[in-house]
Structures are given as structure tokens and as C-alpha cells.
Design a binder for this molecule. Structure first.
Ligand code: DC
Length: 229
């Protein structure tokens, strides 16, 4: 079973992806974390983001692993736990830039397909191009979206709780900037797959979105009530 969750940043993809993976006992893959890990590797190497050859070389040699249960997923870069380091706004922007390099996408997409196909029971993947490029034949495709202000508010609250946030306005600006880059890149821009189920989460809480997603999965697989309550 492959479940694809795409959408812009801050729409709730990772939280809901983890909840679904846990409930269905599937592997959870945060593909954004992989682009972030490449971004971190580039910054740590002191390479210029404009030096594409170097960025590609770094992406090729970076060993990126996702380990652990969905609710406690750890991201490793060359054996080092970087789960915290990759969450800053700076790395978010860097990830967004390196994700525009086609060769970087090729390397990570291949890695994602391998992990997804080898997952024992199946996999929930969240990202921007899962339903369109990585797994175009995914069993269920969701596209989660929300108004930029709602997404910025959530991101700001999350960052504030970690003492990372600066101002709401800055968070909103960053979200808008990243959206613009994600939808306008030439290779695999953020797009809604034809057969995706679109859910606008602006006015919904997590439980409501989770219920809607669970219902769709139940319908698709004819699942009984005890697999997803
Ligand atoms: O979901 P996130 O904010 O952690 O993703 C970081 C960046 O990576 C985001 O700006 C877009 C990019 N990304 C991508 O291009 N394709 C994916 N499948 C996942 C993320």
C-alpha cells in the first residue's frame, strides 16, 4: 500500500502522514527531510548554492537515512543524527533551492522509490511530487493545502515553541517565498495529481483532517473499522 501526501509547507502533511503510518503500521517517509539533509550537507561543506556541480556531487555522496518509528523519526546524514539541525528556516530555504536542481531530484527520487518499494507493509510518503512523479500509481493520493496565513500561523506557533521564530510576518514571507519557488521550478513543480483528493485544512483541526483521510483510505481498501477507527 502506497499513500502519497503532497502539498505546500505548513499544510499538516508530516503530522498527518505520521498519524496514518502509525495507525496502518506502514513506513513513513518524510521526503522534505531528505532535501533538507542535502541542503545541510551543502551548507556544512561551505559550497555555494550556485555551484550546481558541487551541489550534485554532495547530494551523490551524502548518505541519508530515515530511521525509527513515525512519531520518533530520526534523520541521519553520513551516520550523524541531524533531525534537529535540518528544521531551521535557513535550511528550509536552502532545501527549496537544492530541490530545484534536477540531478538532486533524480538521486533522491530513486532513493525514495527504493525505500517505498522495499517497505514490508507499504509506505506513507509526504512531499511535493509524490503523487505526480515518485509514485504516480500510488493507491491513495492526498493533496493537503491551506491558506498561506493559516500555514504561517501554524509554522510560527511550532517555531515559537522551539524558540526559533522571529515574527509572524517573517514566517509568512518565508512561506510565500518557498511556495513561489516550489510551484515555479521547472523540474517537478508542486502540482495536484489528477486523481488526488484535495483537502483544505485552513478551517479544520488535525482530528477532522485525519478522519477525512481515514475515510478515503477505508473506502479505497474496503477496510473494517478496527484497522482505522
Ligand atoms: O516539506 P519541507 O518543508 O520539509 O520541504 C523542504 C523543501 O524541500 C521544500 O521547499 C520543497 C522541497 N521538497 C521537494 O521539492 N520535493 C519533495 N518531495 C519534498 C520537499
Amino acid at each position: 500500500m502506497i499513500i502519497a501526501i503532497d502539498g505546500p509547507s505548513g499544510a499538516g502533511k508530516s503530522t498527518l502522514g505520521k498519524m496514518l503510518a502509525k495507525k496502518l503500521n506502514l513506513l513513513y517517509l518524510d521526503t522534505g527531510a531528505m532535501y533538507r539533509a542535502v541542503g545541510l550537507a551543502v551548507l556544512e561543506a561551505g559550497a555555494s548554492l550556485e555551484n550546481k556541480e558541487k551541489v550534485i556531487e554532495i547530494a551523490k555522496s551524502a548518505k541519508i537515512e530515515l530511521v525509527g518509528e513515525p512519531e520518533n523519526l530520526r534523520i541521519k546524514l553520513d551516520g550523524r543524527d541531524v533531525s534537529q539541525n535540518i528544521r531551521s528556516q535557513q535550511i528550509g530555504q536552502t532545501a527549496s533551492i537544492v530541490s530545484g536542481v534536477s540531478e538532486v531530484r533524480k538521486i533522491l527520487v530513486e532513493h525514495q522509490r527504493k525505500l517505498g518499494n522495499n517497505a514490508q507493509n507499504g509506505c506513507v510518503l509526504d512531499g511535493r511530487d509524490i503523487g505526480t512523479i515518485v509514485f504516480p500509481r500510488a493507491d491513495v493520493k492526498f493533496f493537503l493545502t491551506a491558506k498561506p496565513e493559516a500555514r504561517a500561523r501554524r509554522r510560527f506557533e511550532e517555531d515559537s515553541s522551539k524558540n526559533w521564530a522571529e515574527t509572524f510576518e517573517k514566517t509568512l514571507r518565508e512561506i510565500n517565498l518557498r511556495d513561489a519557488r516550489d510551484v515555479s521550478r521547472v523540474d517537478s513543480p508542486l502540482a495536484i495529481a489528477e486523481d488526488a483528493i484535495v483537502i483544505d485544512t485552513s478551517e479544520l483541526n488535525l482530528t477532522e483532517v485525519f478522519e477525512q483521510m481515514s475515510e478515503k483510505i477505508k473506502e479505497k481498501f474496503n477496510l473494517g473499522g478496527d484497522l482505522i477507527k
